[in-house]
Every structure is written in structure tokens, then in C-alpha cells.
Design a protein around this ligand. Structure first.
Ligand code: SAM
Length: 341
């Protein structure tokens, strides 16, 4: 049975304590939010590869509980996956993060294959196509937010597709020592693969087809992004995020919102939902939420979140994937889409 390793075995918030690296005060509800510049990126140690799709593997850092405790200067982190108001689990890779990255990559592949076939839509496919519309728009010119990113695997898939991606995590040091490192490592892998593809294409092309045109053709045929899409980083609580987005002129500007393993507590999911609403572009923005059906001992899960969204009445909330691999309790992906006003 799945249980979070909480600082308090009853799942109650830990004693209020100032986050060791957080931008603000004592609890998740009151900690501030701020943009963290790329220049604060700090190198980490080990890396490994996560297979996302046949087309895409991502490089990700590996941070042990002992290393996380050291980075956060809090020895409780060695024994606990989450300490409410101090550390919210960003150094670990959670199953939902991988599920969501794989789901987004699959939708992109399906969309690309459908585009290549260019066949007229069958009547029964209408709904499926509508569900995938966000994937068709995911690329240069679209803006994506990943809330509670940790490693940021789903956001990395969007970055790979060419979107501008903003990564948000409660803990500033998760962003500086993990997320930024993951973005940099993958970007340089994509750049060198693109350069290699260009080199091969240029070598094979007739002499008139050299230079930029051949490079662009090679990059697009290999499915790699040659130009670095924009990545930005925001630290702090979901409660404070809407104010920061407003200050930066980013409120209601996101086409796609991604979030995984973030609806584990009833209290946190209300803040998360407010942040989702502040992010999404009115009338078209879509959110994908990956989570366990139920988080034993903490009360959150997909049913409670679906109820919250439906009661609010602004978005539809539908299950678009179920992952039941027997390794943990059932996991799902929910899709929130705007309802007509
Ligand atoms: C369990 S971790 C999941 C990390 C990652 N999405 C994954 O699936 O691997 C929960 C994430 O939600 C974020 N989080 C939780 N509560 C938060 C809050 N009140 N405000 C802002 N972020 C929060 C943390 O930053 C943390 O990265």
C-alpha cells in the first residue's frame, strides 16, 4: 500500500519551521514566491536516463535522501519524503512525473503521425481529436507551466517539443540543484544530436543544399530542437504564485499546465487549483494532472480533486489515462478543459 514518508506519521503538518532554502516564511500557505534566475544553477553529481518514448530519453539527476538532507540542511529529510512547509518532495522522482512525461510524449507522437497521414477525421474520432488539440499546439509559440516540478520531466518533454516552459517548485534548491541541471543536460544532448544530424545531412546533401537550410531540415527530420526554447523558474508556494504571475504579466498566459503527484493533501489541492486557474489562458488553456487515485494516510487523490474542480464549474475534469501496473496503487491522468462561459 502506498504511503508517503511524512515527518509526522499521522500526516499532520510538521512543526512550523522556516524553509531552509525557501524564499519566505514558515508554512506552505505563507511562503512567498519569486523567480529564480538561471545563473543560480549549481552543479550536482550523478545522472541517469529515463526512457520516455521510443523517440525520447531524458537525462535526469539522482539525489539521494542523504544528499537532499544536506542540501536542505535538515536531517529529517533523510527519513521523510515530505515535511509539510519545509520540503515537499521535489528531489525524488515520483511515478506520476514519469507517467505524465510519457503521456505528453505519446500525444505528441500520435499527433505527429496523424499530421503525416493527413486523413479526414472519422466521426467517432472527433472527441479523440479534440482531446489532442493541446498537443497540436504544443511547440514554438506555446507557453507551458509545470507546477510542483521537481525533476521536471513532463516540462522537459514540452521543452523538447519547442514550447516555452516555466518550472515551479516549492523549494528553491530543488530548482537550482536539480531542475536547472536537468534542463541544461538535456539541452546540450539535444544540441549535440542536432549538430550531428546536420553534419550527416550536410555531408549527404548536394552542394547547393548546405548551410542553414540543411541544418534546419536535419534538425526537423531528427525531431530535435536546434534552438533553445525559453525556460524560466519560480520558487515558493502555490498560494503566492498568482500574485507573482500578475507582477510579471504572466497571469492567464499558459496554454498548457502540467502537474504530477501534487494533489496528495486536501489542503494543498485547493491552493494548487487556485494556481492552475491563475495560470491558464481563458477559453483555451488545458491542464493535465497526474496523480494516484488515492493517497493513503493523507486524504488526497483524483476523486477528491475531480469533485473540487466540478463543483467550481469552470472546467471539465475527465480521466484520460489509467496506469495500473501493480507496482503501486492505481494512478491516473486527468485533463481539465475550459467549459463554455
Ligand atoms: C511529491 S512532489 C512531486 C514532484 C514531481 N512532480 C514528480 O512527480 O516527481 C510534490 C511537488 O509539489 C510541490 N508542492 C507541494 N506543495 C506545494 C505548495 N503548497 N506550494 C508549492 N509547491 C508545492 C513541491 O515543490 C514538490 O516538488
Amino acid at each position: 500500500m502506498f504511503r508517503f514518508g511524512f515527518a509526522d506519521p499521522k500526516g499532520e503538518p510538521a512543526e512550523p519551521a522556516a524553509p531552509s532554502d525557501g524564499p519566505g516564511e514558515a508554512s506552505a500557505e505563507h511562503i512567498g514566491a519569486e523567480e529564480v534566475p538561471d545563473s543560480e544553477s549549481k552543479p550536482t553529481g550523478a545522472q541517469e536516463t529515463a526512457v520516455i518514448s521510443p523517440e525520447l530519453s531524458l537525462i535526469k539527476g539522482v539525489v539521494s535522501n542523504a544528499q537532499a538532507a544536506n542540501i536542505l540542511s535538515d536531517e529529517r529529510v533523510e527519513e521523510n519524503d515530505l515535511i509539510a512547509g519545509v520540503y515537499e518532495g521535489g528531489f525524488k522522482t515520483w511515478e506520476g512525473g514519469l507517467d505524465l512525461a510519457q503521456f505528453v510524449a505519446l500525444q505528441l507522437d500520435t499527433q505527429r503521425a496523424a499530421g503525416q497521414q493527413a486523413q479526414p477525421a472519422e466521426a467517432g474520432e472527433q472527441e479523440h481529436q479534440e482531446q489532442q488539440q493541446w498537443a497540436a499546439q504544443l511547440g514554438p509559440g506555446s507557453r507551458v507551466m509545470e507546477l510542483g516540478c521537481g525533476h521536471g520531466l513532463p516540462g522537459l518533454v514540452a521543452l523538447w517539443a519547442g514550447a516555452e516552459v516555466h518550472f515551479q517548485d516549492y523549494n528553491r534548491s530543488v530548482l537550482t540543484t536539480l531542475t536547472m541541471q536537468n534542463v541544461a543536460a538535456n539541452r546540450s544532448a539535444w544540441a549535440s544530436r542536432s549538430a550531428w544530424a546536420s553534419h550527416r545531412q550536410a555531408a549527404a546533401a548536394p552542394s547547393s543544399e548546405t548551410g542553414a537550410a540543411a541544418s534546419a531540415a536535419a534538425a526537423s527530420s531528427s525531431g530535435e530542437q536546434s534552438d533553445a526554447a525559453v525556460a524560466r523558474y519560480f520558487a515558493g508556494s502555490w498560494d503566492a504564485l498568482p500574485g507573482l504571475l500578475e507582477e510579471l504579466g504572466l497571469q492567464h498566459s499558459y496554454d498548457l499546465l502540467l502537474t504530477a503527484e501534487t494533489i496528495y493533501s486536501l489542503e494543498a489541492m485547493r491552493s494548487l487549483y487556485r494556481a492552475i486557474k491563475a495560470c491558464l489562458r481563458p477559453g483555451s488553456g488545458v491542464a493535465l494532472v497526474a496523480a494516484k487515485s488515492y493517497y493513503f494516510g493523507v486524504g488526497g487523490g483524483t476523486a477528491a480533486f475531480t469533485k473540487l474542480v466540478r463543483e467550481d464549474g469552470r472546467f471539465s475534469c475527465e480521466q484520460v489515462a489509467v496506469i495500473n501496473d501493480g507496482a503501486s496503487n492505481k494512478r491516473e491522468i486527468l485533463r481539465l478543459a475550459p467549459l463554455p462561459a
